[in-house]
Design a protein around this ligand. Structure first.
Ligand SMILES: Cc1ncc(C[n+]2csc(CCOP(=O)(O)OP(=O)(O)O)c2C)c(N)n1
Ligand SMILES: [Mg+2]
Length: 893
């Protein structure tokens, strides 16, 4: 019996010699078309399954050749020679930026190899496909690979959009004349970059949900139906990030034919091959086909066309199929004769075919990703896609053009410097008309304005609505609602117990009905609407579904049916926090992308926010995204029963790490209403680049009416909610500072302490973080202005004349309260929920974390003891009388 590896060849031979099957298939096709062929395949597949043969690869993979055969390739509309020269100039400048950065000796880094592999795919895009926003066109969103940024900058330099000085200061943004950020960061270059993507894997969900949100806006009539595509370029190594393949299904489900994902398959990542023993292109093809995407492979350059046309027996194809990526990477560094040896591998038929080429020709045959015509054909096909997203898998060589000593090697990703001879050789290869010394110094080169290259480049971009990438904000401001319109929140709940979550949902409902703001509100929810009581919105606002609702919902007859609609307003994301965050990002940046000021409210389990998708929240900050992140079921002890992986006692602390995120932990409905109203004012009226995080709880208690004069305090983070009265003038003074639902515990503690003759003031801390930031800011200003009257932090101003001791408590870690330590006017301690949660009732949880009324009172009494106002014995008696176990293990461990 033959060795198994020869079997496929024998079978192929058999099919060729006895072509009845093929004939039969051709007949079926002639008579019944594609439907007929599909039926036959289905029939054969079923039979194969009956025989127990798995067909995964066979069913989902096409051969390892270009999807578009040469005969279907459209004519190339551009001047290939001019485009090649331009591409080389851009390649040179991209490389020169990194080399000059290296020459400064500042070790600021940079990458050459990624762009070198991606240059042709990007250039074909810039010359023929990537369209700016125009009167009749919504505009394309272009998201390049982050490490290809030098190439994007180099193009903008050649276009005259960036100065030589800026290029010289690549990765040194504080230098005179300005510099350039390492990677795409809208925050650092707000007129240029649109989407941050330096954290691998995040650009794919960003792209998918931007494409989806553009359709959402069109379906809801908020954006004209004038198209605009999202072009996202990622690396093949990057495709291993779970966010990439984890979010592709929705793109097909929602028929995002406005989305084109280009995967630069240079077969390498940072350390080495992406799939040495396999084929990343075939693997990705299976995954994307399985997810119902339109898949276009661009594997071989035109140099292979003639050989493939001669391959009547499929010998070459078979060899292409057999070689793994590790082999292909090896070929990319071999000279022609050695490549030939590897290809042929003692196969006489293959040897004969390859004999038609010289060694030099073999060496210079390009992969598809370096052939503009092949790329053009793929992009043109992608534009025709109707109802499906497209992925284009482009095979390239990493570091292409950097020279034999570097390209294709495992070390190429990190190559940031070249010797003088290598620089000169590269410059000459690229046809850069500079002297050797200039090339050795990696001098920049911009073709003169009247050169053919410059004229061509500008004409192409003019035909495509201008230069890209470009971030241009042109959006009307929205007015914040007047306070009177929020009267139901400032009036209190008349004794009815409600939670801040319920208040937040009611506020959202009210905003949805607001004539000026309503259409712009975008409620976003993962599969948790019922948890937050948002199901009432289903019927009123509808759940966005581009297809509408083709079924009768099981709850059709009820008051709150599950209603899907093409113009639905709610984004129901299912169990996909990454997707929901990407939706938030898309809705919160629509002001910049589309000039539409949508206001997202994303409600989620607070622990599944920062902890789960913190990097995306960071990207929101970078994107200058606006909107409200609503951390529901907040608090380590307020979310009872659920336990360790649900109870959040730290998100408020993590929120502080995002510089332009304003976070609040409100205790009452009126606080919430004031904060949201002010958020709308700051973000949508004043156009401030901040966004909001609010924690809301599910504990019901009566919501008080808004006390007079507290507005400023609520927004700045602290006000006196209830001043202790009635105690004797000599009685000890205690100040309790509380936030969120733990305010109720503080109020109960106040009662306990008052019963002991203390005077207790209760302060509501709506934001520990904002108080801390403002105080820090004052401190810095004072340090820098020693001759001026020092500024007094708001916290100090408010507490300046307060007497006594101070205890801060929240349902978050003690460190949150500790943030205020430096500015407190008297003895101060903090309580909080350090440690893992556990499954228990609220009172038991609060006892466990030592933030219940007795624990708060004890902390205050302990401070009084420290001030000499209470004896140790009195404190011990309190501990004993309140059943506090001094030997209980610390919950923080
Ligand atoms: C989340 C994340 N992890 C790791 C990195 C570091 N990193 C930057 S580029 C790179 C390799 C990229 O390989 P690939 O996606 O194949 O792109 P190529 O440069 O080969 O085109 C790595 C690991 C990062 N930027 N982000
Ligand atoms: Mg790669």
């Amino acid at each position: 019996m033959n060795a198994p590896q020869n079997l496929p060849e024998q079978i192929a031979q058999l099919l060729i010699e006895k072509p009845d099957w093929v004939d039969a298939l051709n007949d079926i096709h002639a008579e019944f078309g594609a439907v007929g062929v599909r039926e036959v395949i289905r029939f054969v597949q079923e039979r194969a399954l009956e025989l127990g043969v798995a067909l995964n690869e066979a069913a989902l993979n096409t051969p390892y050749v270009n999807t578009i055969p040469p005969l279907e390739q459209p004519p190339y509309p551009g001047d290939l020679e001019l485009e090649r020269r331009l591409e080389n100039i851009i390649r040179w400048n991209a490389m020169a930026m990194v080399l000059q950065a290296a020459d400064t000796g500042e070790a600021v880094g940079g990458h050459i190899a990624t762009y070198a592999s991606a240059a042709t795919a990007l250039e074909v895009g810039f010359n023929h496909f990537l369209r700016g926003r125009g009167p009749d066109y919504g505009g394309d969103l272009v998201i390049p690979q982050p490490h290809a940024a030098p190439g994007i900058y180099a193009r903008a330099f050649v276009e005259g959009r960036l100065s030589e000085q800026q290029l010289r200061n690549f990765r040194r943004q504080r230098q005179p004349g300005g510099g350039l950020s390492s990677y795409p960061h809208p925050r650092l270059m707000p007129d240029f970059w649109q989407i941050p993507c330096a954290s691998m894997g995040l650009s794919t969900p960003s792209a998918i949900y931007q494409a989806r949100f553009a359709k959402y806006l069109e379906n809801r009539g908020l954006k004209p139906q004038n198209g605009g595509r999202v072009w996202c370029f990622i690396g093949d190594g990057e495709a291993d990030e779970p966010e990439v393949l984890g979010t592709v299904s929705i793109a097909a489900r929602e028929r995002l034919d406005n989305l084109i994902l280009v995967v630069n398959c240079n077969l390498q990542r940072l350390d080495g091959p992406v799939r040495g023993n396999g084929k990343i292109i075939q693997e990705l093809e299976r995954r994307f086909r399985g997810a119902d995407w339109n898949v276009i492979k661009v594997i071989w350059g035109g140099g292979w066309d003639a050989l493939l046309a001669l391959d009547h027996h499929g010998v070459l194809r078979r060899r292409m199929e057999e070689a793994v990526d590790g082999d292909y990477q090896y070929y990319s560094v071999l000279p022609g004769d050695r490549q030939r040896e590897h290809w042929v591998e003692d196969n006489p038929e293959l040897a004969q075919m390859m004999n038609s080429l010289s060694d030099d020709e073999i060496r210079s045959i390009k992969r598809g990703g370096h052939d503009a015509k092949k790329i053009y054909a793929a992009y043109a096909r992608a534009l025709q896609s109707d109802g499906k997203p497209t992925v284009i898998l482009v095979k390239t060589v990493k570091g292409d053009g950097m020279g034999g000593a570097v390209q294709g090697l495992n070390t190429v990703h990190q190559k940031k410097n070249l010797k003088a001879e290598e620089r000169i050789r590269c410059g000459r290869d690229y046809g850069i008309p500079l002297a050797d010394e200039a090339l050795a110094a990696a001098a920049f080169y911009r073709p003169p304005a009247d050169s053919d290259e410059a004229r061509y480049l500008h004409a192409r971009r003019a035909a495509l609505n201008g230069y890209l990438p470009l971030r241009k904000v042109d959006c009307k401001p929205l007015p914040a609602p007047p306070l009177e319109r929020l009267a139901e929140f400032t009036a209190g709940s008349a004794g009815r117990p409600v939670s801040t979550t319920t208040a937040a949902v009611r506020l959202l409902t009210r905003l949805l009905k607001d004539p000026a703001l309503g259409p712009y509100i975008v409620p976003i929810v993962p599969d948790e609407a019922r948890t937050f009581g948002m199901d009432a919105l289903f019927k009123a606002a509808g759940i966005y579904s581009p297809e509408g609702q083709h079924y009768t919902p099981v709850d059709a007859g009820t008051l709150l049916p599950y209603k899907e609609a093409a113009d639905g307003q709610i984004l129901q994301e299912g169990i996909c926090e990454t997707g929901a965050m990407a939706s938030f990002l898309a809705a919160g940046t629509a002001y910049a992308m589309h000039g539409v000021p949508t206001i997202p409210f994303y409600f989620f389990y607070s622990i599944f926010g920062f902890q789960r998708v913190g990097d995306m929240i960071w990207a929101c900050g970078d994107s200058m995204c606006r909107g409200f992140l609503m951390g529901g079921t907040a608090g380590r002890t307020t979310l009872n029963g659920e336990g360790l992986q649900h109870q959040d006692g730290h998100s408020q602390l993590v929120a502080l790490t995002v510089p332009n995120l304003v976070s609040y932990d409100p205790a009452f409905a009126f606080e919430l209403a004031l904060i949201v109203r002010d958020g709308i004012r700051r973000m949508y009226e004043q156009q401030e680049d901040v966004f909001y995080y609010l924690t809301v709880y599910n504990e019901n208690y009566p919501m008080p009416p808004m006390p007079p004069g507290v507005e400023e305090g609520v927004l700045r983070g602290l006000y006196c909610y209830r001043r202790g009265e009635g105690a004797a003038p000599s009685s000890p003074v205690i100040n309790l500072l509380a936030s969120g639902s733990i305010m109720q515990q503080a109020l109960a503690a106040a009662t306990l302490l008052e019963a002991r003759g203390c005077q207790v003031n209760v302060w509501s801390v709506t934001s520990f973080g904002e108080l801390y930031r403002a105080a820090r800011d004052c401190e810095r200003w004072n340090r820098l202005h020693p001759m001026d009257t020092p500024r007094v932090p708001y916290l100090r101003q408010v507490l300046a004349s307060e007497q006594g001791v101070f205890v801060a408590v929240s349902d978050y870690m003690k460190a949150l309260g500790d943030l205020l330590t430096r500015w407190m006017p008297g003895p101060f301690t903090t309580l909080g929920t350090d440690g893992y949660g556990l499954s228990e009732s609220r009172p038991a949880l609060r006892a466990h974390f030592e933030i219940g009324p007795a624990d708060i009172a004890l902390a205050a009494l302990d401070l009084l003891k420290g001030s000499g106002l209470l004896s140790a014995a009195e404190v011990a008696a309190f501990i004993a009388s309140h059943g506090i176990n001094p030997e209980a293990p610390s919950p923080a461990a």
